[in-house]
Design a protein around this ligand. Structure first.
Ligand code: SAH
Length: 461
């Protein structure tokens, strides 16, 4: 039996799905953060549960050639970039393996390693240039530190806010926005939200930037209906943030982890920003989903469109369509494209996006994907291709059932969680759809997250 405090010299033989190194001590799998496959190290057991254990590196005996020196001094504390210690080749190899393992072990497939498309910039370099500033959205929690407002990130697996001077995966201008807001809050005595007492005003600073348009939206999530000295904030942001196009307030008085509330007020400029993606212009509201890595999202969508294999006449159903990004991209090659999405603002954006891009062969519905699919099916809809891009939890069994009943030729599944994707691939394979193509895309360099797109084709009787 393993004991906390026990220290052993081990070899790291692989990775957990969260990118931790895995080794074995006394026959038990031990997960070791910041360890790289192939390394020999002294590991101290820090936590033991029924069928796994955690440890930490005490000393590295044999360093992996893939180990790089940290570019972020806060990485360990923050925990947002779990792979900050390895070079990009190793990161991509881990991600391809993670997807392959999930599809094989959970999905019942027998695939060779699934190909992965990495971020285009300098994948061989060790200066992390592939990951600098790739995210187009940030949400900084605000907390009081030493009696003053401060904004940063939650410390690994806690709600304790740590200050991070510069987060390299964000555009530098985001840090400037954060600093302007914090300075304004401090100078004007704006109170900070306390999640234990439910008092105080300022909760989160939300920033979104159009990667192509350069437009910047700043939205403050507040526990109240108004801000004191609002104009001063607007003046400071306008003075210091080039590209600023909208300043919003989101009223969130609930005791919840959800950042934005339901009610929004534009305090300066537009209520949405614009960006260009896949040749279309998109309008984006704060609550509308938009992939955080623009260039990689374009590559992912291009693959989804290739898999859809459209020839101008087909009907395509795009479930979980967000602001209609994939729907519009598909509509170019389809006879008709239908998008379904739960968030009302996103579907309103999607409709406007179709209009402003002069796209006339789309229809959008605001509904739960499962309910909409069921209704469409009952009304006799028989799409040739169905594209799905659900949140991490994947598809509910009823959604799969309805999709199968509609009997499309092809199903294209875009997923941000290989495990739930694999679970669903297995269910589809039991219902007459076989996996024919799979590819991974790295939209989130430095983190353990990875996107996958697969093609499933109807097996002919
Ligand atoms: N395809 C889009 C959005 C993908 S993200 C893009 O790539 O931009 C997943 C989307 O599913 C989000 O917009 C989310 O609001 C939506 N969603 C979550 N649960 C849903 C449900 N039950 N029914 C329909 N849409 C849902």
């Amino acid at each position: 039996m393993l004991k906390v405090g026990q220290t052993e010299e081990v070899e790291i033989t692989g990775y957990s799905s969260e990118g931790m190194g895995v080794c074995r001590i006394d026959g038990c799998a031990v997960f070791v953060p910041n360890a790289i496959r192939g390394e020999r190290c002294e590991v101290k057991v820090t936590h033991v549960s029924r069928n796994s254990a955690h440890g930490k590196i005490e000393k590295i005996m044999e360093r992996s050639p893939h180990r790089i020196s940290r570019v972020c001094p806060d990485a360990k504390l923050c925990g947002g970039c779990q792979l900050h210690h390895m070079d990009y080749m190793e990161e991509l190899s881990f991600k391809a393996q993670k997807v392959t393992d999930a599809l094989n072990r959970i999905g019942g497939q027998a695939l060779e390693t699934v190909p992965i498309t990495g971020s285009l910039a300098h994948p061989n370099e060790t200066d992390c240039s592939w990951s600098v500033g790739y995210r187009n959205k940030a949400q900084y929690p605000v907390a009081e530190q030493r009696g003053k407002p401060a904004a940063g990130f939650y410390k690994n697996r806690t709600h304790e806010v740590i200050s991070v001077e510069r987060c390299v995966i964000l555009p530098e201008i985001f840090d400037r926005v954060r600093n302007v807001v914090i300075r304004w809050a401090e100078e004007n005595g704006v109170s900070v939200y306390n999640e234990h007492t439910g008092t105080g005003l300022l909760r989160h600073i939300y920033v979104r930037k159009g990667a192509v348009s350069g437009q910047i939206m700043v939205c403050l999530a507040v526990n109240g209906a108004a801000l004191p000295r609002e104009q001063k904030l607007v003046d400071a942001l306008r003075r210091e943030i080039p590209g600023l196009t909208s300043v919003l307030l989101s009223v969130n008085t609930r005791n919840t982890n959800v950042v934005l509330g339901d009610e929004f007020r534009t305090i300066w400029g537009q209520s949405e920003i614009e960006d260009k993606l896949c040749g279309f212009t998109f309008r984006l509201s704060p609550r509308s989903f938009y992939q955080v890595n623009h260039d990689q999202a374009e590559q992912l969508y291009a693959k989804a469109i290739e898999y859809a294999d459209l020839h101008g006449t087909e009907t395509v159903l795009d479930l979980y369509c967000g602001t209609g990004t994939i729907t519009l991209a598909l509509s170019r090659y389809a006879g008709h494209a239908i998008g379904v999405e739960l968030v009302p603002e996103a579907i309103e954006d999607a409709k406007q996006n179709a209009l402003r891009n002069g796209v006339e062969n789309t229809a959008f519905f605001c509904a739960d994907a499962g309910e909409a699919a069921e209704k469409l099916c009952a009304d006799g809809a028989r799409p040739d291709v169905i594209v799905v891009d659900p949140p991490r939890k994947g598809l509910a069994p009823e959604v799969i059932e309805t999709m199968v009943t509609m009997a499309p030729e092809r199903i294209v599944y875009v997923s941000c969680d290989p495990a739930t994707l694999a679970r669903d691939v297995k269910l589809f394979s039991e219902r007459g759809y076989s996996l024919t193509r799979a590819e991974a895309f790295d939209l989130f360099p430095r983190t353990f997250h990875v996107e996958t797109v697969v093609l499933m084709s109807r097996v002919k009787d």
